[in-house]
Design a protein around this ligand. Structure first.
Ligand code: AMP
Length: 290
């Protein structure tokens, strides 16, 4: 079967309904395009699990504040399509822009979905509308694509937690699969926004994953005091400003003072005009059983 490109919500849903009616399962990877290996890894994660694989490419205006990079967000539909073909994707959905009656947000679209319990910390502090925009677009996409399973990267850990909670709270019959963070060889988490970095900032950006590794190592070596771990992480960072460096409970995303359960270190930092995020697991030291 050759790859299908679908550019209206109704064409996408019709395609999905035919597949479902034939008893085939649909896997889905929502993206904002400018695809890289991180996105491809999610396609590879789902490909063997489903009969049909759908990727959406949509820079979602709802998750950008007016001063953010919506207009200049990198776009490369042809390159994206080539990656989808390579990864054996069956259909690529390119929703039309907001306001189009055939798109995700027809004129007059007012409804928003939010998950307040997970949306008052980390990225929400500096991007207060961000996760409402994410949850709303993902819900709309789920309705249109009619998937059985969808994959999201742990790179956006708070987003993954919010989507899982939304699916659970709204009783959506969709499996959510999380994929591990894909990194460049020097440790920088892959991101479509890395292309904005100047060569100097690109080098300094590695300090974000270095800080995460330093915290992980100190915690697995027995350090459980979060304040000390945060100090270690901050010392490793070489960035223009730190939006946050937080260690939170891995499930509730609430701040913690000691590592005595599975936690997550999450960092958002600014280099030039580019805001980068990354995260990693922080586990209590293993107890030795004698
Ligand atoms: P985006 O296009 O940035 O909205 O990302 C689309 C999906 O790809 C989201 O589920 C992201 O978490 C995931 N993703 C982005 N970068 C990476 C990465 N470096 N490793 C794994 N998944 C990623």
């Amino acid at each position: 079967m050759s790859i299908q490109t679908l550019s209206t919500a109704s064409a996408m849903t019709q395609w999905a309904q035919v597949e479902r009616a034939s008893g085939r399962t649909i896997g889905f990877v929502p993206t904002m395009g400018y695809l890289h290996e991180g996105h491809a890894s999610l396609m590879r994660l789902l490909r063997p699990r489903v009969d049909r694989l759908v990727v959406s490419i949509f820079v979602n205006p709802l998750q950008f504040a007016p001063h953010e990079d919506f207009d200049v967000y990198p776009r490369d539909p042809e390159g994206d399509l080539a990656i989808c073909v390579r990864e054996g994707v069956d259909a690529v959905f390119f929703p039309p822009p907001a306001g189009d009656p055939e798109g995700l947000y027809p004129l007059g679209f007012e409804t928003r979905i939010s998950v307040p319990a997970l949306d008052h910390q980390l990225c929400s502090t500096s991007r207060p509308h961000f996760f409402t925009g994410v949850a709303t677009v993902v819900y709309r996409l789920f309705r249109v694509v009619q998937c059985h399973v969808a994959a999201f990267g742990e790179k956006d850990y708070q987003q993954l937690a919010i989507i899982r909670r939304m699916v659970n709270d709204l009783g959506l019959d969709i499996d959510i699969v999380g994929g591990p963070i894909v990194r460049e060889v020097d440790g920088l988490a892959m991101s479509s926004r890395n292309v904005y970095l100047s060569p100097g900032d690109r080098n300094r950006a590695c300090s974000i994953s270095r800080a995460i590794r330093a915290i992980e190592a100190a915690a697995s070596g027995g350090l459980v005091d979060v304040e000390t771990l945060v100090t270690i992480g901050r010392a490793a960072l070489d960035v223009d400003s730190v939006d946050y460096l937080s260690i939170v409970d891995a499930t509730t995303l609430q701040p913690t003072v000691r590592i005595d359960s599975e936690c997550r270190v999450a960092i958002a930092a600014q280099l030039g005009n580019t805001r980068l995020i990354d995260n990693g697991p922080v586990r209590p030291p293993q107890r030795v059983v004698s």
